[in-house]
Design a protein around this ligand. Structure first.
Ligand code: ADP
Length: 248
């Protein structure tokens, strides 16, 4: 097929905001089960790229395919979430007054989240998945704890868990370790490495130590397109990357 079996395939994407070209000729592809880190200076277009994938921002031109055959440009933001693309924003947005378990339960129920009448009617498979996710995010002993009482790191994991219960094929994580302690960062790296394979994952991150721990392949964005791609060591040795980070 056109997208060579890639879970995500962007080709020559352009986006302008009031005449300013935020994304100019961006092409990027992600293999099934791959874990990719996206780095780049502020304003490089990382957030806009995530917004394009999730349907929040519409490109002016270009190609965006998911799962080989799904043209994401034909789908709304809500449809794209249903297709199996989960995004975690930088700041956690868990429901603080609800328990860990209730947060996960709501996430499983998706659109019906506000219908209290369906609570407690999870299928056996959903309950199994929920239990599995609780272990992955290290909150199995905190089910009854109000989310508002969790540490910053635990809230971030809970939010990742809220995506995982829906078993997304592609997981987008925006600066997942921002504000975390060293130990929380280490545990987040373990979690992400465990998820790789079952899910394709894109991580936007500024913490190079963290990127070094988790990534096989790194994409450097600058001025709205790909400046370099390779291992972290390869891209860090690239003169254009060095120039971009030092500022021309
Ligand atoms: P990054 O996430 O890499 O820091 P962004 O994707 O947020 O970069 O931004 C890329 C460029 O597009 C920046 O110059 C930013 O100011 C601009 N930009 C992003 N969103 C908008 C918007 N809604 N309106 C105008 N300019 C925007």
């Amino acid at each position: 097929d056109l997208t060579h079996g890639r879970i995500l395939y962007l080709e020559d994407v352009h986006v302008s905001f009031d005449g300013f070209k935020a994304i100019r000729g961006l092409s990027i592809d992600i293999a099934p089960g791959e874990l990719r880190c996206i780095i780049g200076p502020n304003g490089a277009g990382k957030t806009t790229m995530m917004d394009i994938i999730t349907g929040k921002t519409r490109p002016d031109s270009g190609t965006v395919y998911f799962g080989g055959t799904i043209n994401l440009l034909r789908h709304s933001e809500a449809e794209i979430a249903q297709l199996g693309i989960g995004r975690k924003f930088q700041r956690p947005t868990v429901f603080e007054a609800l328990t860990v378990y209730e947060n996960l339960e709501l996430a499983l129920q998706g659109d019906r989240r506000l219908r209290a009448s369906v609570w407690g009617r999870l299928t056996g498979a959903q309950k199994d998945r929920l239990a599995e996710v609780l272990v992955l995010i290290r909150l199995a002993d905190q089910l009854q704890r109000p989310a508002g009482l969790l540490s910053h790191g635990q809230k971030q994991w809970l939010e990742i868990g809220m995506l995982l219960v829906q078993d997304p094929r592609l997981l987008l994580l925006d600066e997942p370790v921002a504000g975390m302690t060293d130990q929380e960062t280490e545990r987040t790296a373990e979690l992400i490495l465990t998820l790789k394979g079952r899910h394709s994952i894109i991580v936007v991150e500024h913490d190079m130590g963290f990127v070094d721990t988790i990534a096989e392949k790194v994409t450097v964005l600058a001025e709205g397109s790909v400046l370099a791609e390779g291992t972290l060591a390869q891209v860090q040795a690239d003169e254009r990357v060095i120039e971009t980070y030092l500022g021309r």
